[in-house]
Design a protein around this ligand. Structure first.
Ligand SMILES: [Zn+2]
Length: 305
């Protein structure tokens, strides 16, 4: 597979560009109307959608890295993280969504079957955690389609949503997602609450369930292995950020969507953060815990889309 030049590399002199040059860049993929419903199912005042990106070894493999040391960090996600997470979700009766690279599913088919059997959702998350913005569009398209087929073959359910790997959403991703007839994407950051995606200013009917680095475990816990900077935030600090994000969503009757990774949140000191967060959320009346697909479906229905 050939690698094209990075189309997102800084280009010379954008301050000299005429409006016809910069405006279409901004308008390629944009937020359309809000799909935040007037009320959540059963009169709930807030929706909670937890997601786990089961990257496991693919973060290492995607760069062609063969290091058993680094691969083992991802292996931990499958071996220790996911079982702990599934146990927690079961104890608290919380449905969740797992975004799974096809290569992860091939390495751990039983894990994916257990996720589905427990009533959770599996969504598309690339072939091998490739960097979409560095791929020729035809390769991105082929990989996204193959990934969906592989997940269906292994887990027995056709995925209806996608989270691009590392939230690397290229200029071509939305067209591929539309061609596949997917219900939703969960990779963009233009709002706290669900919205409809526009492509070249035209409504697409694709629901965006927005993410943010604030509501992701990676920036708090992913160390720079070789540098001096190893930013391990304390569990308490991370819990406080997540709790405040939920409190804000509850106050605004919106969506609280949290992205986690089994090889980060799955550690002993950190799974407690999730446990305490779920307890905090459960102490509030009127919270709807749902998979991403259920949230997207409900929002789309309510908007008459
Ligand atoms: Zn990922």
């Amino acid at each position: 597979m050939s690698r094209s030049r990075d189309p997102y590399a800084p280009q010379a002199d954008p301050w000299t560009w005429p409006e016809e040059r910069w405006r279409p860049i901004v308008e390629k993929v944009r937020a359309g109307r809000s799909l935040k419903p007037a009320a959540w199912p059963g009169g709930a005042r807030c929706a909670v959608a937890l997601s786990f990106d089961s990257d496991h070894e693919t973060i290492t493999l995607r760069s062609g890295d063969r290091s058993p040391g680094r691969l083992s960090q991802g292996e931990y996600g499958a071996r220790a993280g996911v079982p702990r997470i599934l146990g927690l979700l079961r104890r608290h009766d919380v449905p969740a969504t797992f975004f799974v690279p096809a290569v992860t599913a091939m390495l751990y088919p039983d894990e994916q079957r257990a996720v589905i059997a427990a009533g959770h959702e599996i969504g598309i998350h690339s072939w091998i955690h490739e960097r979409n913005s560095e791929l020729p569009p035809e390769d991105e398209r082929a990989l996204q389609m193959r990934a969906a087929d592989k997940l269906e073959e292994i887990a027995g359910e056709r995925p209806v949503g996608i989270r691009t790997p590392s939230w690397d959403f290229s200029e071509h991703t939305l067209a591929i997602t539309r061609e596949m007839g997917l219900l939703y994407d969960s990779s963009l950051m233009a709002d706290d609450d669900p919205y409809e995606l526009l492509e070249d200013n035209a409504p697409t009917g694709v629901v965006e369930l927005p993410v943010e680095w604030i509501r992701d475990d990676v920036p708090y816990w992913a160390p720079d292995r070789t540098g001096f900077l190893r930013p391990h935030a304390s569990p308490g600090d991370v819990l406080e950020v997540f709790r405040r994000e939920f409190d804000g969503a509850y106050a605004e009757r919106g969506l609280f969507l949290l992205t986690m990774h089994p090889h980060f949140i799955g550690h002993r000191s950190r799974i407690q953060v999730l446990e305490e967060l779920v307890r905090h959320i459960r102490s509030h009346p009127g919270v709807w815990f749902a998979t991403h697909a259920d949230v997207a479906r409900y929002c789309k229905e309510q908007a008459g889309l």
